[in-house]
Design a binder for this molecule. Structure first.
Ligand code: PGA
Length: 251
């Protein structure tokens, strides 16, 4: 019932030439992805270039962040209005790297999520615990706060459309993946929290993606769990064959 999503988070990588080669490569080597939404998130500088290149194909474009105001004196920031204007349909919000290096909080995440919805952008809201939090038994508390505060105040339509990405911080870029069972447990917890917040019908519609060292070798197992509705992929989204291998893990 939930259409899976495979999203590539390119982070601060890719020049114009590399970005165009990558999306062309994905499109040429994978004509019909079937029942899946495929998203790429280039640097905001390349949103328009990539969105123009993939126009009319199955590939959709995300930005990696927005500021919550539409416009104004906020030097260096980009807004959801601007992201939409240049062809983005999704925005990654609250990625752990933004929380860690750029002071993102659950409150700023919530403002950004609302700004996305106000501008017809679907937010992909990232949550996840550090290794220290997991080992000290705080998984439920940390994820609970991030989900409840980050998604506070959404209306039923927004609740059904929002995408959540569970990305355990200790698995990002480290080569350590959560086992399918560990990921499924966290996804089940997130779905239970969403059910408390929005009720069962809405919570059942929400896509919860797993992120953290997803590769073609482990994608199939991770994606086979009932509450894992896709993947947010970093490193392995930068090469055509690696990214395609993950999409193929769905079949
Ligand atoms: P990774 O990154 O796949 O390189 O671990 C995932 C992410 O940060 O979204």
């Amino acid at each position: 019932m939930r259409i899976p999503i495979i999203a590539g988070n390119w982070k601060m990588n890719m020049t114009t030439k590399q970005a165009l080669e990558l999306v062309k490569g994905i499109h040429y080597s994978f004509k019909n992805p079937g029942n899946v939404e495929v998203i790429v998130a280039p640097t905001a500088l390349l949103t328009k270039t990539v969105a123009d290149a993939v126009l009319g194909s199955y590939i959709r474009v995300a930005v990696q962040n927005v500021y919550h105001k539409d416009s104004g004196a906020f030097t260096g920031e980009i807004s959801a209005v601007m992201a939409k204007d240049v062809g983005a349909d999704y925005a990654i919000i609250g990625h752990s790297e933004r929380r860690q290096y750029f002071g993102e909080t659950d409150e700023s995440v919530n403002l950004k999520v609302k700004s996305c919805f106000a501008n017809n952008i679907i937010p992909i809201v990232c949550v996840g615990e550090t290794l220290q939090e997991r080992e000290s038994g705080q998984l439920h508390k940390v994820i609970g706060q991030q989900v409840v505060r980050g998604l506070h105040g959404l209306n039923p339509k927004e609740a059904a459309d929002v995408v959540v990405a569970y990305e355990p911080v200790w698995a990002i870029g480290t080569g350590k993946t959560a086992t399918g069972q560990e990921a499924e447990e966290a996804h089940f917890l997130i779905r239970s929290l969403l059910t408390e917040m929005f009720g069962t019908p809405m919570a059942e519609k929400i896509r919860i993606l797993y992120g953290g060292s997803v590769k073609s070798e482990n994608a199939k197992e991770l994606l086979s769990f009932p509450n894992i509705d896709g993947a947010l992929v970093g490193g392995a989204s930068l090469k055509v064959q690696d990214f395609i291998g993950i999409i193929q893990g769905l079949h």
